[in-house]
Design a protein around this ligand. Structure first.
Ligand SMILES: *[C@@H]1O[C@H](CO)[C@@H](O)[C@H](O)[C@H]1NC(C)=O
Ligand SMILES: *[C@@H]1O[C@H](CO)[C@@H](O)[C@H](O)[C@H]1NC(C)=O
Ligand SMILES: *[C@@H]1O[C@H](CO)[C@@H](O)[C@H](O)[C@H]1NC(C)=O
Ligand SMILES: *[C@@H]1O[C@H](CO)[C@@H](O)[C@H](O)[C@H]1NC(C)=O
Length: 398
């Protein structure tokens, strides 16, 4: 359709742009926690694993804000440290896989080999870079088959910046930070006041008001789960914070990184009896709950029912929509996978790379009905935006 451009569409265009453009790092929360839509806790938690990293490079500001838009209950992150002791959100101990560090001539001599959990690893380690240096790098997508268009656009963020994203959300969004590789971090980073990594981790949470046991009023206002593969770290911080803790459990052939205990030992009834004094749940790799052979799932183990018998929640990881990750039983359909784990296995939370998919599935099958009036407001706003978009598309803006 040809038409003479008039003034009106441009006004609307400016309106739309004005609505969607946001400051990259919003100012810290105005502390309006009381009136925000609360965390849902009538259905399993949607835990946005490294943010919406199926779409956006992991653990970046946009990956987290996207996950919040898509309906995450919790945004999840891995905490490591810079050389100068600043806690950062980053998964690998080395920068090689998910940043452009290899392109910087000035860092070429930083490559090192360190022993990490009994294995020699060579690369550029976060613990050899100051925060300022880390901020000069840009993050990129981990998997080749995912959208590469955001590569090189975003910086590594700090633990404090991550917390601010959750506190600034327009509803209550929890955080789910991991004390990552604590043995390694404490070997390589020293804090001047004699504090260790775990102290700094808890101090950061407390600085922003995270406190209180699971489902306490403080917790509901600022929900948090602290996770770690290292039982010693969880036990150590239990005297410092009541915030709920989750023991992560790796594959069946990987011993714990600090206590060198086997998978079988830490999933025994005896161990559950011990660890439940310190943690509210476990976070196992999902293929240990339901073993997989040749990409077909076998008979489920009793681990979920045994954990539940000890009053421990189960939050397995990681759900990913793509063919390379999905087991044949689900016919490449992530909704089938969510249905199986939520309704058949009965887990209490799911770490997903695709928060939007899990959210849609849960809204279809177990709709959130509180605050209906807010949903109505959302719908009215969405309709208005849709009308504006239609109006715009009826003009050729060339
Ligand atoms: C790592 O390399 C060092 C130095 O070559 C060696 O002494 C050590 O045994 C190696 N560790 C492992 C786990 O291979
Ligand atoms: C926690 O505090 C109690 C009482 O002060 C002490 O007996 C216990 O050893 C502490 N536990 C840890 C893990 O530090
Ligand atoms: C961990 O335990 C295994 C099996 O018991 C043992 O062979 C290995 O030497 C232990 N490693 C360390 C670092 O203690
Ligand atoms: C997955 O599919 C295989 C092959 O059809 C079947 O034997 C197995 O029982 C299925 N697993 C589950 C957990 O349904």
């Amino acid at each position: 359709m040809a038409s003479t451009p008039s003034f009106a569409p441009f006004v609307f265009l400016l309106l739309v742009i004005g609505c969607t453009a946001r400051p990259f790092y919003p100012l810290p929360s105005k502390g309006d926690g009381g009136s925000r839509k609360p965390l849902q806790n009538f259905r399993p938690y949607n835990i946005a694993h490294r943010g919406s990293n199926g779409e956006i490079p992991e653990e970046t500001h946009l990956a987290y804000t996207r996950a919040i838009e898509e309906g995450a209950d919790f945004i999840e992150t891995d905490i490591l440290s810079s050389k100068d002791g600043v806690l950062i959100c980053f998964h690998d101990v080395t920068l090689d896989e998910t940043t452009d560090v290899a392109n910087y001539k000035e860092f070429a001599n930083r490559k090192r080999t360190y022993e990490v959990q009994g294995e020699n690893i060579t690369g550029f380690f976060t613990v050899d870079f100051t925060l300022k240096e880390l901020k000069s790098l840009r993050v990129r997508q981990r998997y080749k088959f995912r959208d590469q268009q955001f590569n090189g656009m975003f910086q590594i963020i700090t633990f404090e910046e991550f917390i601010t994203i959750a506190l600034d959300a327009d509803r209550v969004v929890g955080i789910y930070p991991e004390i990552k590789n604590p043995v390694f971090i404490n070997q390589h980073v020293k804090w001047s006041d004699g504090k260790i990594f775990e102290d700094k981790f808890v101090e950061t949470l407390q600085k922003y008001g995270f406190k209180g046991s699971y489902l306490s009023n403080n917790w509901l206002r600022q929900p948090v789960f602290i996770q770690s593969f290292a039982p010693t770290s969880l036990v150590y911080i239990s005297n410092k914070t009541e915030s709920p803790k989750i023991l992560l459990i790796d594959d069946v052939d990987i011993p714990t990184q600090d206590t060198n205990q086997s998978y079988w030992e830490i999933t025994s009834d005896e161990y559950f009896n011990y660890i439940k004094q310190y943690v509210v749940g476990i976070g196992p790799w999902k293929d240990t709950l339901v073993p997989v052979i040749n990409n077909y799932m076998k008979t489920p183990t009793h681990l979920v029912s045994r954990a539940h018998a000890h009053n421990l929640q189960v939050h397995p990881y990681t759900y990913r929509n793509e063919n390379p990750f999905m087991h044949f039983n689900f016919s490449q359909d992530p909704y089938m996978e969510y249905d199986y784990w939520i309704n058949k296995i009965g887990v209490d939370g799911l770490f997903t790379d695709f928060t939007g998919s899990l959210h849609h599935f849960q809204e279809w099958t177990s709709k959130r009905v509180d605050h209906e009036e807010e949903d109505m407001n959302d719908k009215t706003a969405a309709k208005l935006l849709h009308k504006i978009a239609l109006l715009l598309s009826s003009y050729k803006l060339s």
